[in-house]
Design a protein around this ligand. Structure first.
Ligand SMILES: [Zn+2]
Length: 116
């Protein structure tokens, strides 16, 4: 089975979303609203293409995103997060020295040699 990207359009009339498989959307096609039939559609960004903002990441209590963007790493509050999670995953306590380095980095003092 081949996964095809889905183009989504927002209807200017009823405000609802219509989805079209890539194959069905060509330059010659005039997509119409699947709910009210209106032709006044605006291209919407597919939901899976929208990256999480740092704010959303912080709101989430789950683990760090698998593919975090640069903003994630630029946020001092996320410094050392992967280290913390690695230790937690292995059931190990964070060594005091590491703990202090992370805390210091989050306060704005990156550990020596660490290119942030
Ligand atoms: Zn509509």
């Amino acid at each position: 089975m081949i996964a095809m990207p889905i183009y989504e359009f927002l209807c200017s009339d009823c405000g609802r979303k219509s989805s079209f498989l890539t194959r069905s959307v060509t330059s010659s096609l005039d997509p119409s609203c699947q709910h009210c039939g209106s032709a006044r559609l605006q291209r919407a960004v597919s939901s899976f293409a929208i990256g999480k903002t740092v704010g959303q990441v912080h709101e989430a209590t789950g683990p760090a995103p698998k593919d975090p963007g640069l903003d994630f790493f630029r946020d001092p509050r996320n410094i050392g997060r992967n280290v913390e999670e690695t230790f937690a995953r292995n059931g190990m306590a964070l060594p005091q020295q590491v703990r202090e380095s992370i805390d210091a980095a989050r306060e704005g003092t990156p550990p020596a040699g660490l290119d942030l």
